[in-house]
Design a protein around this ligand. Structure first.
Ligand SMILES: NC(=O)c1ccc[n+]([C@@H]2O[C@H](COP(=O)([O-])OP(=O)(O)OC[C@H]3O[C@@H](n4cnc5c(N)ncnc54)[C@H](OP(=O)(O)O)[C@@H]3O)[C@@H](O)[C@H]2O)c1
Length: 341
């Protein structure tokens, strides 16, 4: 049996990766629609190696008869069109931040909390923020065994997290610096080429940024309401792949070797940690890969039950497209599509 799947935001960094992931994983489709803004209606995007799809205009796209909508058109656009799609009977899996913290919208990482998919109330499922996804995939097996009390995380987030315009800006600025052209910043608040910017999304009243707030509240929604999270989110001049330095305080005693052994068995995690030159994963290694990679696992001796590790993943794949397609796979495998309608 095949499903009619609409990919909304299909011309963007995430949308193109969703089309690629659907084809690579052989998701059972009977028809796929590529949908974006009026600006790109009529353009062509690839679906797998052989098919090319003509982009349709979201404003006039009728979701009646479509089974699943994989959305990544930006929060304000999802705010309008995801409820419209859901009302037409199309289950929306939304990559934007629009619905993540709404109490009646499940926020799902299939390796971590697939059971939340049993509570689809509004025909919408939310994909967490890319930085949250990779962190909770690594934390979940450790939480099950040692109970996480507090997390301190610093992120090193690639420019593709800001979409295709973000990637273009790093490319243009890097080139401009080499040929001595003026460098202009548009997508980011300062030049990103050869730089690091400790500012992603807008500032909140308490001095944190919204990206940092998202990591805290989304982690609590997914893993448990009493976990404390302090995040510092930084944009770095890397095209693809987010890295995180994570330090965790547990309730139970923990050793690095136990943690490594547990992570080795965990779904979606690959441990690469040999404590010699190159015995760890970098973002350049993880681009195009599905896993969340964990390296540098070690005790944090400054607290009673502390552990530090380094965690890297492709933000366009596990941080967005792959996670969304995995949600669709669970929904289909567990027969939840009809219940959601
Ligand atoms: N990049 C990541 O790592 C990542 C990870 C998780 C979540 N997300 C979220 O996913 C969303 C998209 O991110 P992205 O990186 O793919 O951005 P992007 O590369 O800028 O792509 C944006 C997509 O949205 C479409 N779009 C914009 N305005 C639209 C409108 N009014 N109507 C219909 N389509 C519209 C664009 O179509 P046109 O080409 O026609 O303008 C394009 O297809 C954002 O909400 C982002 O926060 C991104």
């Amino acid at each position: 049996m095949g499903y009619r799947v609409a990919v909304v935001g299909a011309t963007g960094a995430v949308g193109r990766e969703i089309l690629k992931t659907l084809a690579e994983r052989g998701f059972p489709v009977s028809e796929v629609a590529a949908v974006a803004s009026a600006r790109s209606a009529g353009q062509e995007v690839s679906f797998g190696d052989k098919s090319v799809l003509k982009v349709k205009n979201l404003d006039t796209f009728d979701f009646a008869g479509w089974d699943i909508g994989l959305f990544s058109p930006g929060a304000s656009v999802s705010a309008v069109h995801a409820p419209r799609a859901a009302a037409a009977g199309c289950l929306v899996i939304d990559n934007t931040s629009q619905f993540r913290m709404e109490h009646d919208v499940p926020l799902v990482v299939p390796e971590v909390n697939p059971e939340a998919l049993r509570r689809i109330r509004r025909g919408i499922v939310a994909n967490p923020n890319c930085s949250t996804i990779q962190m909770v995939v690594a934390l979940k097996p450790l939480h099950d065994r040692f109970r996480v009390r507090r997390v301190v995380v610093s992120t090193y987030q690639s420019v593709s997290g800001a979409g295709k315009e973000g990637m273009d800006e790093l490319w243009a600025q890097s080139r401009a610096m080499y040929v001595n052209d003026p460098v202009t910043a548009q997508e980011f608040t300062k030049p990103i080429a050869f730089n690091c910017i400790p500012h992603i999304d807008k500032f909140m009243e308490d001095g944190s940024t919204k990206e940092e707030w998202k990591m805290a509240v989304e982690t609590r929604k997914i893993l448990g309401s009493d976990i404390l999270v302090q995040a510092t989110c930084v944009r770095v001049p890397v095209f693809i792949g987010h890295s995180e330095s994570v330090t965790v305080e547990f309730e139970q005693p923990v050793t690095a070797s136990d943690a490594r052994a547990i992570l080795r068995e965990a779904p979606g995690v690959v441990v690469m940690d040999t404590r010699d030159d190159g015995g760890y994963i970098t973002p350049a290694d993880c681009a195009g890969e599905d896993a969340v990679f964990v390296s540098r696992v070690r005790r944090d001796p400054t607290v009673e039950h502390g552990l530090s590790f380094w965690c890297v993943s492709d933000n366009l794949r596990k941080g967005a497209a792959l996670n969304a397609v995995q949600i669709a796979e669970v929904v289909v495998a567990q027969g939840l599509l009809k219940q959601a309608a």
